[in-house]
Design a protein around this ligand. Structure first.
Ligand SMILES: [Zn+2]
Length: 443
């Protein structure tokens, strides 16, 4: 393990809480995600809200629209679940029941796929493989981030939802074009007319066979454009609502997942929740860390839970690092395998009983462990080794994957595995010169 330890004496700086922060920063957050199936459109809203209240959850992330709507949508090419009983508005009924129990509701949209009728009417809205064919998964057609669905129709869909429902936030799953499907099968890059035209304008090239740096930057910029448009819409229509997706900028929370995957290389990383939350809270201290605690083993075993200890460990790590306490289930809280739910429930209740300690937290750590900051890539084994060493030594520490803390937050010790970035060395040199009156000309 190659580790560089740099001792820096910096002036501590008091950080004032930012004014006008949303509920996700000012209230304790006990966040449950019920990742609803299409069939769950008929769930009993009173029972569902009662179960959440019983475990003392105060935020629920729940299916609202996108692939299928859980309310009687009237926007073209947006389809209510076939299981939504005639005349029922499940989402609206649930929202009322949840708010009556002081539970905030974050509506979940997935705009990455739609049923076939939208494709038949507007094939130009969809991801087109190099051979011209669409990407189809379980009968659903993948949309393209540059097509008319994301850039036009989706805004109408969201405007309807935001107008009708006083949601506390919106979350977006699978944002932007994916290079593989849910089976991990490569689908290549999108060759739709919108992608080809945009990419030619930006790069002067045709869509490459494989994603290179220029293409990845292009796709990130495209996703960012749409993400900004959605964020602007939410803030205009529901100014108090939070905006969440897996992109860090433009949103109100840093989303991550603590999960397992059967094909992931060993060893397991038992401090994954600590890592995700610590990094998020200290890299972007003005945003809440929401590390979704996925109860399932892998995509193909969505209703088989990981061991109880895995669920509990992640939850305590989330609390210890100042993030939202989270728990995710596929379907509803009536899931057959009760182990994960029965593990999560008493921890939620404990957090509720002690909630005065779990709002508005900020790290007071005086030790900093640098992540991928300053443009360098960190060797995972070295980084995790130091992370574990500091954790098991009970040394409070912050993780940061940018260098914006320099000059803004004081640390007594900075640990940079794999060498220190140039910015850090220059900063240390400046400190040395001013405190020791160093006159070395090469500094
Ligand atoms: Zn495209």
């Amino acid at each position: 393990m190659r580790v560089l330890l740099s001792c820096l004496l910096l002036t501590p700086l008091l950080v004032k809480p930012a004014a006008g922060q949303g509920w996700w920063m000012t209230e304790p957050v006990r966040w449950v995600q019920t990742n609803l199936r299409e069939t769950d459109a008929a769930l009993d809203p009173v029972r569902h809200a009662g179960q959440l209240a019983d475990m003392r959850a105060n935020v629920v992330l729940m299916g609202m629209g996108g692939i299928c709507a859980y309310y009687p949508t009237r926007v073209a090419f947006h389809y209510p679940s076939a299981y939504l009983p005639a005349g029922r508005d499940m989402f609206g009924d649930f929202l009322r029941e949840a708010h009556a129990r002081h539970i905030r509701v974050v509506g979940r949209y997935d705009l990455s796929k739609t049923p076939k009728p939208a494709y038949d009417a507007h094939p130009e809205w969809f991801f087109r493989k190099a051979d011209g064919s669409p990407v189809i998964y379980n009968g659903l057609y993948s949309t393209c981030i540059n097509g008319g669905y994301y850039r036009g129709q989706a805004m109408k869909i969201l405007a309807e939802g935001l107008e009708r429902y006083d949601v506390d936030g919106l979350f977006f799953n699978m944002f932007g074009n994916q290079f593989t499907d849910y089976d991990g099968k490569p689908v290549g890059l999108c060759h739709c007319d919108a992608c080809r035209d945009r990419y030619r304008r930006v790069s002067g090239r045709d869509i490459p066979d494989k994603p290179d740096d220029e293409y990845r930057a292009f796709m990130n910029a495209c996703a960012r454009e749409v993400s900004k448009e959605i964020g602007d819409l939410i803030r205009r229509m529901r100014p108090r609502a939070g905006y969440f997706n897996y992109m860090q900028d433009l949103t109100d929370g840093i989303m991550s997942e603590s999960n397992t995957a059967v094909r992931r290389p060993l060893p397991l990383w038992p401090l994954s929740a600590s890592d995700n939350v610590n990094r998020a809270r200290n890299s972007e201290p003005e945003k809440m860390a929401i590390d979704l605690n996925m109860q399932f083993v892998d995509y193909w075993w969505r209703f088989a839970t990981v061991p109880r200890e895995e669920i509990a460990t992640r939850m305590w790590q989330q609390l210890a690092n100042g993030g939202a306490l989270t728990f995710e289930v596929n379907g509803t809280l009536d899931l057959q395998d009760r182990q994960a739910y029965e593990t999560a429930k008493p921890i939620f209740r404990w957090a509720a009983a002690n909630e005065q300690y779990y709002a508005g937290q900020r790290s007071a750590a005086r030790v900093l462990l640098l992540g991928d900051a300053g443009g360098r890539e960190v060797d995972e084994a070295s980084y995790r080794g130091v992370f574990r060493l500091l954790t098991e030594g009970h040394l409070p520490f912050a993780v940061c994957d940018n260098m914006r803390w320099l000059g803004a937050r004081g640390f007594d010790l900075v640990v940079a595995t794999d060498g220190a970035p140039a910015q850090l060395l220059l900063f240390a040199c400046a400190i040395t010169r001013s405190t020791l009156h160093c006159t070395t000309p090469t500094c």
